[in-house]
Design a protein around this ligand. Structure first.
Ligand code: ADP
Ligand code: ADP
Length: 225
């Protein structure tokens, strides 16, 4: 009944001199509609794990099963289609296009995907994230916290069942970092999305239902609260 299940996943980045083993027989299970945090030191493989779950990278061996679908046997194009239909990404540096307004940024995934916007749902999310008044502004006119709320809105309004957040608070001050984590938590409650958040911040990681600890390419242990 896991929505995300990895079994013995290995990933080596082939470098110029020697390869970096980023995932070593890495296994993980995530329950549907849960909020999981993955914590670990810089370089332990957190981003690689998240990118593997999101189908952004190919792995060398093992199984990655997301919503009952095996990703490792898909082509790059199939993974991209799967990602568009089921997964939303939130990044540390927001990944907003500076030359587009907030509203235009929110519409990017819909334009790419030819998906219809659920206006009512979108209005609810914008209200909840307090973004209605900044829709015509450009990202550079917003604070970091506001920009991250825009990128959260962009991920949520497509209603993906899984949201992958890579250090979503890494570029925010304490107050905004806490708010972003509370918002993610609330989105998971309101919209039943499954959220996996990577962080190296223990205080924030503890706010998740389940905390997974990563070390040297492996998920070591977990605790449930
Ligand atoms: P974390 O997110 O925990 O900081 P990463 O998954 O980014 O860890 O990186 C794991 C290891 O793989 C690190 O040693 C990193 O330098 C290396 N690595 C990550 N991405 C690449 C890449 N594209 N090419 C080569 N090495 C990489
Ligand atoms: P984080 O640790 O916050 O996940 P990094 O600074 O490790 O981010 O990596 C940022 C980007 O650079 C990622 O896309 C990652 O894949 C890439 N990267 C990380 N380490 C290396 C490396 N040694 N060689 C090439 N690319 C890398």
């Amino acid at each position: 009944d896991a929505i995300v299940k990895l079994q013995n996943v290995n990933k080596v980045y082939k470098g110029v001199t020697k390869g970096t083993k980023a995932l070593k027989d890495c296994s993980l299970e995530v329950k549907p509609s849960s909020f999981t945090s993955i914590i670990g030191k810089s370089g332990c493989g957190k981003s690689t794990l998240l990118n593997a779950i999101g189908g952004l990278i190919e792995v060398d061996s093992g199984s990655i099963c997301v919503k009952g679908t095996e990703l490792t046997t898909m082509t790059r194009g199939e993974r991209a289609a799967f990602r568009r239909n089921h997964i939303g990404f939130i990044f540390q540096f927001f990944n907003l296009l500076q030359e587009l307004t907030v509203l235009e940024n929110l519409m990017i995934p819909f334009d790419l995907n030819q998906q219809r916007v659920d206006k009512e749902f979108m209005d609810g999310v914008l209200q909840y994230l307090e973004l209605q008044d900044v829709l015509k502004k450009f990202p550079y006119e917003l604070s970091g916290g506001e920009q991250q709320r825009v990128s959260i809105a962009r991920a949520i309004i497509r209603k993906p069942s899984i949201i992958l957040a890579d250090e979503p608070t890494g570029n925010l001050d304490r107050k905004n970092a806490k708010q972003v984590v509370s918002l993610l938590r609330e989105c998971q409650r309101l919209y039943s999305q499954t959220i996996i958040m990577v962080t190296h911040d223990m205080d924030l990681a503890k706010k998740a239902d389940t905390m997974q600890y990563m070390e040297d390419g492996q998920v070591m242990s977990y605790e449930t609260t």
